[in-house]
Write a protein that binds this ligand. Sequence first.
Ligand SMILES: [Zn+2]
Length: 478
Amino acid sequence: MFKKTLIAASLAMTAAYSIAAPAPVQETAPVAEEAPQVVVFKNVNVFNGTENKLYKNHSVVVTDNKITAITKGEADIPEDAQVIDGEGRTLMPALIDAHMHLTIPKGLLGTDDMRWTEIAIHGQEFAEMYLDMGFGTIRDVGGADGSWTDMERDGRLKEVPRIYASGAPIAPIGSHADVGLQSRRLTDSPQNLEILNIMSNANGVEEIKEQARYNYRQGAQFTKVFQSGGVSSKFDPWQYNSYLDDEMKAAVAIAESYGSYVATHVYSEQAMHQALDLGVKTLEHGFMFKAEMADKFNKEGAFIATNLTAFSPDLATIPVVQDPLIQKKLASAQAAFGSYQKEMKAAEDAGFDRRAFNVDCVGVADTCAKQIAHEIWLNADMFGNFSALRAMTSTSGRISAELMQPWIDPYSDAKLGVIEVGAYADILLIDGNPLEDITLVGGRDTWFGEDNDAKKDGSHLTEMDLIMKDGKIFKNTL
Ligand SMILES: [Zn+2]
């Protein structure tokens, strides 16, 4: 390869020079240890992330961190290439979670009482769990700042996925992000999560602009807003709108000035229309989606990311919703959200392809590994394996590609979530066809229970034989 030839030539020159005049001996070890620049996967069936089919008996060539060739049958194999015989396994894009939180291990109220070191070390373990489960990219929609992205890119965080981060969600007093006591006044000193910029308290247009700009200054790449209330929180009916039109517009204006977009926590039909009408581009949760909204999503170029565990009867048993008032909120929410599956199925059957993957677990790694597994299974159970796989790969990958300018997108060099020439080499090899069996990518029909436990060696439900991110192999059992 070109780079190796260059190193060999420079070593030869060094050798010639050292004969003429003794010079410091050059270390040769780095050349011997240098990882192959080219990896050829041969004898694989390709799921490309966008089509409901496998391309049988193909070869996929990875050069550095990108896919550089996909051919039927054998590929040309360069001399220095590492060759991996897939023996008929499926090669597919690494998964993407478009809605998760690195820095909320104990729910909002519990995390508010944690120290920053605990939160940070939790975040690292959490990110490592994601890569272990085959995720090549995660999108933190509330809490993590841009340092997580920076540390992934410069290698200080070693075995983690790519990380998009929004910084603190923008939300006013009394909202889903308000972690203070009920007796709190506007002028009270901020809560710990506000000091750490994991949550915010931004009231009115000017404070919204200031908080949005502060998040970008801290390295965030998009803006998250809490527009509806929530279920597990105290002061906010899930039905209400926390921000008026002029406040939402302020958030959108700042995001657009940075070449980016607003993601909004939104439940009600009215608030979903408000978001789409005001230029918000990703609707998080969107539980009251109606098939007739699909045209508006298409026209506005917007996406929806819904956590389907919200519809599970098991939800009523998790610790953060045990307060009787919260149980009441939960019951009313689940009753109101009952048509989601039917409406989304109708939209997808008519060609709607803007539903991304959302787990939204606020817990520790072992607990959330189970929730991820169940969210994968629910996606396939409700909408079919192809819809589930597309949501977890190409659709979640389109969010950054279609909504961000290259200067704000940390991973703008190539596509995410697809197997295509020119795409990032974020790749899984699995033994079987995930279009027929969703458990091959970690799906589990139980949320809680024995057969859903993390493995004894600390790994998480990983049947995957090989996990590659950015051209580097993190797991290989072949
Ligand atoms: Zn969330």
